[in-house]
Design a protein around this ligand. Structure first.
Ligand code: NAD
Ligand code: TYD
Length: 360
């Protein structure tokens, strides 16, 4: 039975990944989840699996080298899937320091703990030990010309403190592969959406605001393009890369689903109207009049778009959920979980929202 160490498993993608892996492998794997539970980490996301025998949660900071070493000493870990990070661009503009700490130094600690546990005296690694570093397409910078795509060979050109910290962590992982022959892969994925996403990111923020009849704040001219992928397709890609990909390689993950932000916001308004039952009073205010253009994000990247040729050719990955279906599934999840939204938007979120949007 393989043992997985998942970092950041209480966050958006990490919790979807843990669900995906238990659905796929059931009792045939063990998952250890290490998470500090920052504002973005929420154990409620995992409430239905917390009592499984083959699951264990450790509350720990990946920056704590002793804690990371202890987890490796206690367990014979075969796979690491490293999600833990500070993940929101706007927050990185307000406070870059914590991004460098968690994303760069934290990644270094996880690498050191894995290397310390796995590397033999002769510098070799036992078969089957694999580390997967989950990264973003934002490391490649902004595409300015239509028809251009991010390939694995595209030079890094990060602009935000978030993407700079992720680029640094990618380079650390690359350096461990090149220097120590450390058995790893890097995946660079486009924007994800789906259940359990914290409402600081575009899609859940717009769903939440629209349902409450609040303004929908679109940055700049609303024509920035992101390449949206349903989170389960990302989880499938991570698993396929770890099972079938070539070690030491980078794989881009994205499903050719480019949309301008303003299109996304209009789709959300339309879909909410279609999905709310007849007579629901929230329908009355749900119109495009809610859209409000606000001051642009500093250093706002114009367009991201992934070319997934390598992952599809080498491991047979393809996205299964088209955007129309994915957005309906996402909205259905938020409809079914109003208490989740109410809890994560109470307290600290209110303060963040005030700070982020009041001056715009
Ligand atoms: P998230 O912010 O929802 O979750 C991050 C998780 O990491 C949280 O559970 C948080 O508590 C935990 N964490 C943060 N700091 C920690 C620390 N010091 N020690 C231990 N745990 C800590 O993020 P997400 O959207 O799920 O993203 C997960 C990973 O995927 C990140 O590495 C991100 O860069 C990458 N990624 C995200 C997207 C996206 O669209 N969201 C796209 C591509 C790649
Ligand atoms: P976001 O979800 O923060 O992801 P990222 O910045 O990592 O791509 O933002 C997606 C796009 O939506 C980005 O171009 C910024 C824009 N955006 C808004 O227009 N309004 C908002 O309130 C937010 C959160 C984002």
């Amino acid at each position: 039975m393989k043992t997985y160490l998942v970092t950041g498993g209480a966050g958006f993608i990490g919790s979807n990944y843990i669900h995906y892996m238990f659905r796929k492998y059931g009792g045939d794997i063990r998952i250890l989840n290490v998470d500090k539970l920052t504002y973005a980490g929420n154990l409620e996301n995992l409430a239905d699996i917390e009592n499984r025998e083959n699951y264990r949660f450790y509350r720990a900071d990946i920056c704590d080298a002793d804690a990371m070493r202890a987890i490796f000493a206690e367990n014979d870990i075969d796979r690491v899937v490293h999600f833990a990070a500070e993940s929101h661009v706007d927050r990185s503009i307000l406070d870059p320091g914590v991004f460098v700490k968690t994303n760069v130094l934290g990644t270094l600690n996880v690498l050191n703990a894995a290397r310390g546990a796995w590397e033999g005296a002769d510098g070799s690694y036992p078969d089957g030990k694999k580390f997967l570093h989950v990264s973003t397409d934002e490391v490649y910078g902004s595409l300015e010309k239509e028809g251009e795509y991010f390939y694995e060979t595209t030079p890094y050109d990060p602009h935000s403190p978030y993407s700079a910290s992720k680029a640094s962590s990618d380079f650390l992982v690359k350096s461990y592969m090149d220097t120590y022959h450390f058995p790893a892969n890097i995946t660079n994925c486009s924007n994800n959406y789906g259940p359990y996403q914290f409402p600081e990111k575009l899609i859940p923020l717009m769903i939440n605001n629209a349902l409450q009849g609040k303004k929908l704040p679109v940055y700049g001219d609303g024509k920035n393009v992101r390449d949206w992928l349903y989170v389960e397709d990302h989880c499938k890609g991570i698993d396929l890369v770890q099972e079938k990909g070539r070690l030491f390689e980078t794989y881009n993950i994205g499903g050719h689903n480019e949309k301008q932000n303003i299109e996304i916001v209009k789709i959300i308004i339309r879909t909410l109207r279609e999905m709310l039952p007849e007579g629901d009073p929230r329908k009355d205010h749900l119109t495009e009049d809610l859209i409000t253009y606000v001051t642009d994000r500093k250093g706002h990247d114009r367009r991201y778009a992934i070319a997934p040729d390598k992952i599809s050719a080498e491991v047979g990955w393809y996205p299964e959920t088209c955007f129309e279906e994915g957005i309906r599934k996402t909205i259905a999840w938020y409809f079914a979980n109003p208490e989740w939204m109410a809890r994560v938007t109470s307290g600290a979120y209110q303060k963040y929202y005030e700070e982020m949007y009041s001056g715009r």
